[in-house]
Design a protein around this ligand. Structure first.
Ligand SMILES: NC(=O)c1ccc[n+]([C@@H]2O[C@H](COP(=O)([O-])OP(=O)(O)OC[C@H]3O[C@@H](n4cnc5c(N)ncnc54)[C@H](OP(=O)(O)O)[C@@H]3O)[C@@H](O)[C@H]2O)c1
Length: 258
């Protein structure tokens, strides 16, 4: 198997950490970014023999450029870049403060722009590469009102991802651009984002089963092997989206009855 060079943001916990361990085990060379260096170094130590931890705040363009430069300096090129870092508040539209609004936009949406603008010129120079943005089912189906600005920011991620893919398609057929839309995953995200119910892997929240981060990581590893435009995890998210767009009013009424 080829050893690929993969950069992952938000790798100090949750899905990013699980993905690092998964790819490290198959021999990929990794550059991991996040702010909590103690946690990040621990994940790097658990992710094969060639994983580097680089302190990164994804809301700073210079930090993202540094993440790229660490990978280029250590490994000479980048095969895959995963914009995974994320954060949410538990506030409805009417409760949001300016700071919360801006904070989520910066971590969720601006960071993805920075990631894309940072690595795509490198991919264009090589004529190949794979850009993966981790979104959320909530970015397509905004069914949880206390995730208001988070869902709005993830919708923006979906749009930027689709636009970049369309822009590159004709001149750079060797570059893949993918969107991952996870459902509910058992990570620290829910502590930080004040999810008001238990989110232990295997339990049910409405019709959804909470996933372990390792399950999402396995799916993203499969996506790296065989790139596609969009990956819902679980796959039933695609059906949810279809039902939503068929009749938004009826869908919201059904949700309200739950
Ligand atoms: N958990 C879910 O139910 C769920 C569902 C759908 C989508 N997602 C998405 O999945 C992705 C991963 O989230 P997770 O569930 O694995 O949550 P998590 O365990 O809380 O991980 C979030 C990661 O993002 C990093 N991060 C946050 N702000 C950052 C910043 N300013 N700069 C750099 N890194 C930052 C954190 O690292 P540091 O704090 O160390 O910087 C951490 O590594 C996110 O994009 C999230 O929106 C999660």
């Amino acid at each position: 198997m080829d050893s690929r060079v993969v950069v992952i943001t938000g790798a100090s916990s949750g899905i990013g950490a699980a993905l690092a361990r998964n790819l490290g085990a198959r021999g990929d060379r990794l550059v991991l970014g996040a702010r909590r260096m103690d946690r990040l170094k621990q994940v790097a130590a658990e992710s094969g023999s060639q994983a580097i931890a680089a302190a990164t705040d994804v809301t700073r363009r210079k930090d993202m450029e540094n993440l790229r430069d660490v990978a280029l300096r250590e490994y000479g090129h980048i095969d895959v870049w995963v914009n995974n870092a994320g954060w949410a508040t538990g506030k409805t539209v009417m409760e949001l403060t300016d700071e919360e609004f801006q904070g989520v936009i910066d971590v969720v949406l601006k960071s993805v722009l920075y990631g894309m603008q940072t690595v795509v010129p490198h991919f264009q120079g090589r004529g190949k590469g794979h850009l993966i943005n981790v979104s959320s089912t909530l970015g397509r189906v905004p069914l949880v009102s206390y995730r208001s600005i988070y869902s709005a920011a993830k919708s923006g991620v979906n749009v930027l991802t689709a636009n970049l893919r369309m822009d590159l398609r004709a001149r750079y057929p060797g570059i893949s651009v993918s969107l991952v839309l996870p459902g509910i995953v058992d990570t620290e995200f829910h502590l930080v984002a004040r999810t008001p119910m238990a989110t232990k892997a295997g339990t049910h929240v409405g019709a959804a089963t909470v996933l372990a981060p390792e399950e999402v990581a396995t799916q993203i590893a499969g996506l790296i092997d065989s790139p596609i435009a969009e990956l819902y995890v679980p796959a039933s998210g695609a059906e949810l989206a279809k039902q939503y767009y068929q009749d938004v009013g009826a869908f919201e009424e059904r949700m309200a009855r739950w």
